[in-house]
Design a protein around this ligand. Sequence first.
Ligand SMILES: Nc1ncnc2c1ncn2[C@@H]1O[C@H](COP(=O)(O)OP(=O)(O)OP(=O)(O)O)[C@@H](O)[C@H]1O
Ligand SMILES: [Mg+2]
Length: 158
Amino acid sequence: MGQPLSRTCFLADQDATGQLARQLAKALPEEPRGWVILLQGELGSGKSTLARAMLRSMGHSGSVPSPTYTLVEPYEFPNYCVYHIDLYRIADPDELEFLGWSDLADGLRLVEWPERIPDLQAVADVLIQLGYEGSGRVAELIGLSERGARLVEAVSLD
Ligand SMILES: Nc1ncnc2c1ncn2[C@@H]1O[C@H](COP(=O)(O)OP(=O)(O)OP(=O)(O)O)[C@@H](O)[C@H]1O
Ligand SMILES: [Mg+2]
């Protein structure tokens, strides 16, 4: 791939983050097995808000606890799983296997704090970089794989 495809949008409030989550969920394949989406950004930048809103958009109606301590929170849908993963406490790539990383390929992996394992970018589809802007947030969507770039292109950001 050449230069990775990147698109930026401003998220004025939490509802705007929810809107982006809905668009991402809509643009994903119906059964997004094997997809990896990285949610990167400093403390409080809205990673969990985006992950929670994506799970809701995909049809999950229960709670979405933080995976900070459990590392992985699984969500079962009829034909696939979503794994909400938090690598904040991970220091070494070996620990990825400890949390069963490769066994999670039957689902969509939503990964917070992916910068803990820089090599993850090589196996991920999309990087979402969140940052502060005024009282809102800004999101940069970067396609890392071919299909990830197509997804970034397909997402409606109006
Ligand atoms: N687009 C937005 N505009 C303004 N506030 C937002 C936006 N998105 C999320 N927030 C708020 O930011 C706060 C932190 O959000 P969140 O917990 O999702 O961040 P995080 O990146 O997961 O943080 P951590 O690194 O601690 O896990 C929450 O109060 C949330 O409501
Ligand atoms: Mg979080």
